[in-house]
Design a protein around this ligand. Structure first.
Ligand SMILES: [Zn+2]
Length: 104
């Protein structure tokens, strides 16, 4: 399980940015970077999935108020929406704000 936690400050060129910050995903549980992810259907509940995002955002210091569950839910929805654009088993890579199928 991953999130998209980092981006550089080149907002105007994010879609084309290929710098390190814009090229990796962050593991929800381990906080480590990875450059590829595989789309998977996981045997967990939606609540457990949002909880993983919530815990990760809290560890990162991004949540400090009572809206934190709502923010975690929004992040989980975005990640799920991105993943749902691809079939299970596909390996994805990131290029700025774009999530793309890794070339074979
Ligand atoms: Zn960048």
């Amino acid at each position: 399980m991953v999130t998209i936690a980092t981006m550089c400050d080149r907002i105007d060129e994010l879609a084309d940015c290929n710098c390190t910050l814009c090229s990796f995903f962050t593991g929800l549980e381990c906080d480590r970077a990875t450059t590829t992810v595989e789309v998977a259907q996981l045997p967990i509940t939606w609540n457990d999935y949002v909880t993983q995002h919530h815990l990760r955002l809290r560890r990162a210091g991004a949540l400090t108020d009572s809206d934190s569950w709502s923010i975690a839910t929004q992040v989980a929805e975005v990640i799920t929406s991105i993943a749902s654009d691809f079939p299970v088993g596909v390996v994805l890579q990131r290029q700025g704000s774009a999530i793309l199928r890794r070339p074979e």
